[in-house]
Design a protein. Structure first.
Length: 242
């Protein structure tokens, strides 16, 4: 395969990976607290390449997590909470601690505060949070729950200096590598009666989709041109040798 065709084919593969990431973002455009996946492009050079004029190929070196703030939307539900700033709510998942930006919580029949999937929401002092469903609940900006003027506990909010140790685990949850220690964010505030929307919008995704498809079409044409050039070169060699 000639260098031009190889580079174009590599570009096609990278754009297909971009489409996979974009499709996931589009599917979660209305998911509360969803954080978009982005791609980081780089150029690959084969170890055996000629150092004088190496052939480079475009590749997605790694995807990265876009943690930019989504829009906070009022819901009127006292158990809906959103983080204004950096950080995640901590919950106890089936296989260990998980983190989420989706604060759509509710109380079980036993009065335990849980996520939509039924995972217990963690308290800053450890354990879970319980309250009486018959009494109104007030949540302060530091995440403390009050009922009848009495503090019932504070939401555990965690942050990470780097996203390298975070991995998505489905249903808008993240799991941290055991070697990564979370810390308490200093600038984040909890807002009651609100939910954070996804930080990827349909309009943005539509623009990126058109851009990727145009790039894909150009690379397809480059592959066809490369194949035609190779075919013509073979035919010319055959004519010279006959």
């Amino acid at each position: 395969m000639d260098p031009m065709t190889a580079s174009a084919a590599s570009g096609l593969r990278a754009r297909m990976e971009s489409l996979d990431l974009l499709a996931n973002n589009v599917a979660n455009a209305s998911t509360g607290g969803y954080k978009a996946d982005r791609e980081f492009y780089s150029l690959y050079v084969a170890p055996e390449a000629d150092t004088a004029s190496p052939t480079t190929m475009p590749v997605i070196e790694r995807p990265w997590l876009d943690l930019s703030q989504g829009v906070l939307q009022a819901t009127g539900n006292s158990l809906d909470v959103a983080l204004n700033g950096k950080g995640f709510f901590s919950v106890d998942g089936p296989n260990g601690r998980l983190y989420t930006r989706n604060g759509g919580f509710h109380l079980t029949a036993a009065g335990q505060l849980v996520t939509a999937e039924g995972y217990p929401v963690r308290a800053a002092a450890g354990g879970g949070l319980t309250a009486q469903s018959s009494l109104p609940i007030d949540i302060s900006s530091d995440g403390t729950l009050y009922q009848g003027g009495q503090a019932m506990g504070r939401l555990e909010v965690a942050d990470f200096t780097s996203t390298a140790g975070l991995a998505k685990r489905g249903n808008n949850y993240f799991q941290a590598d055991p070697s990564v220690r979370p810390n308490t964010p200093t600038a984040a505030s909890v807002e009651q009666g609100k939910l954070e929307s996804s930080n990827t919008g349909t309009a943005e995704s539509a623009v990126r989709l058109v851009d990727i498809m145009r790039q894909f079409e150009m690379l397809q044409k480059a592959v066809l041109i490369g194949n035609d050039m190779s075919k013509q070169a073979i035919e010319q060699v055959a004519k010279v040798g006959s």
